[in-house]
Ligand binder design. Structure first.
Ligand code: ATP
Length: 413
């Protein structure tokens, strides 16, 4: 059984609002074991909307429309569904009575366009909408189903997660499509693919790679009669992947590398401080997003200017003058300086040039030094990243998290 999602509205098409509802609907379809084969956005144009619905009905078992159920002239979805199904429209008297009462209680004069919301295609049953005036629609005709939901978030969400999910879950005989995402750090996409390529031919579970800044994700998806059943299909492949990639797999689903670093610090009973120049607090922000991080993350400094580097992290003026702020020596002194100042077990420093400009005598754009200090030792890593300012900052933060993670996982090597 397959479904298509049709988001209706010119403002979506023009990019004036972002379609946040279609992904919600796609996830619900997956949870109900129904494959979503296409997502389309169409403007408030009668011919194109009817044509889109007809094409969708030719291809798929279920069409889900979002938006365009309201009272204004550009709300065409109800009429277009009737046209695509070759159905007539009929008035539902109870809904019309309810609407008349609603509008008269607000002193809004009745007009025929309000009355359109009390109409439905003949083959439709109504889906109650306690949060708005336009009900949703569930049409069944010629072995095809069309479900129409209203656009406003406060109406769409309860209806999608409530009655619509209930209807959909019955259609595929209580099947689920369930995914688990394995998250990988410190290994490039091509290396990951090379090591698991044979597993990517599997249909159940399917294995799909996705690259993110500094991470690779492998999504394992299976279809079964329950989430537990799908997990049983996924588990053996998950185990094989971990065997091949080792501790490069840092977590699953909503795990973040920073949450894993905080877990590791807690497990080792160690504390961490940071001195951030180029990343301006991004590392600290990510670490402090993790609930309970205050037990191991002490804080640090945004040591952006040379003065901040000297005053907050005791970097010597001679190092700043001789080597420049973006240098191995300054990174090292920053890490050791902040570590001592805060009495932390570990400290990370980040200094670099995120661009886009290079002043004369500066290091090239993308040049980054990361330092990890601990009692009696400072390790400095030098990298040259490509990309725009945002990418370079993100990569440096990610690499800093990888550096402390590896130190904690692999011990004092
Ligand atoms: P109304 O009764 O308000 O006219 P409707 O069902 O006709 O409801 P639309 O007019 O298409 O819905 O959209 C109303 C509002 O809902 C939009 O302005 C937008 O804020 C939101 N909306 C509609 N579709 C989407 C979508 N796909 N994703 C996110 N928001 C949406």
């Amino acid at each position: 059984m397959t479904a298509e999602i049709v988001s209706v509205g010119t403002e979506l098409l023009l990019g004036q609002i972002v379609d946040t509802h279609a992904p919600v609907m796609a996830r619900i379809l997956a949870e109900c074991g129904i494959g979503c084969t296409r997502r389309v956005t169409v403007g408030d144009n009668w011919e194109r909307l009817v044509a889109t619905l007809k094409e969708g009905l030719d291809r798929s078992d279920i069409l889900i429309t979002i938006g365009g159920l309201g009272p204004t002239v550009d709300d065409l979805t109800r009429d277009a569904i009737a046209a695509a199904l070759d159905d007539s429209l009929e008035v539902v008297p109870e809904i019309e009575d309810r609407l008349r009462l609603f509008f008269s209680s607000r002193n809004i004069p009745w007009n025929p366009s309000i009355g359109r919301q009390a109409q439905k295609p003949r083959s439709a049953t109504l889906i109650d909408n306690p949060n708005g005036t336009a009900p949703g629609l569930f049409c069944q005709k010629n072995s095809k189903s069309v479900i129409a939901l209203p656009g406003p978030k406060g109406e769409f969400n309860p209806m999608a997660h409530g009655r619509v999910k209930e209807l959909l879950s019955r259609m595929e005989g209580d099947r689920v499509i369930h995914s688990r995402t394995l998250k990988i750090i410190g290994m490039g996409e091509s290396t990951v693919e090379e090591r698991v390529r044979d597993l990517m031919d599997s249909d159940s579970p399917s294995v799909a790679p996705y690259a993110h800044t500094g991470e690779v994700h492998l999504r394992l998806t299976a279809k079964a009669s329950s989430v537990q059943g799908a997990d049983e299909i996924i588990d053996p492949i998950d185990a094989k992947i971990r065997e091949r990639l080792g501790d490069a797999v840092f977590g699953i689903d909503s795990d973040t590398v920073e949450s894993k670093v905080i877990d590791l610090l807690k497990a080792h009973g160690k504390s961490l401080a940071v001195a951030e120049s180029m990343t301006g607090g991004e590392l600290g922000a990510r670490l402090t997003m993790v609930p309970g991080s205050s037990k191991v993350f002490l804080g640090g400094g945004i040591v952006y200017s040379p003065r901040a580097k000297s005053e907050l992290a005791e970097v010597s003026t001679s190092s700043l003058d001789n080597f420049g702020p973006v240098s191995r020596e300054v990174a090292s002194e920053l890490a050791e300086g902040i570590r001592k100042k805060l009495g932390a077990d570990f400290a990370i420093a980040i200094t670099g040039n995120a661009g886009p400009d290079v002043d004369r005598g500066d290091q090239p754009v993308g040049q980054v030094y990361l330092a990890l200090a601990e009692e009696g030792r400072v390790v400095v890593e030098e990298s040259l990243y490509r990309g725009v300012r945002e990418d370079i900052r993100r990569r440096a933060t990610q690499q800093a998290l990888l550096m402390i993670r590896q130190r904690l996982l692999r011990g004092n090597r």
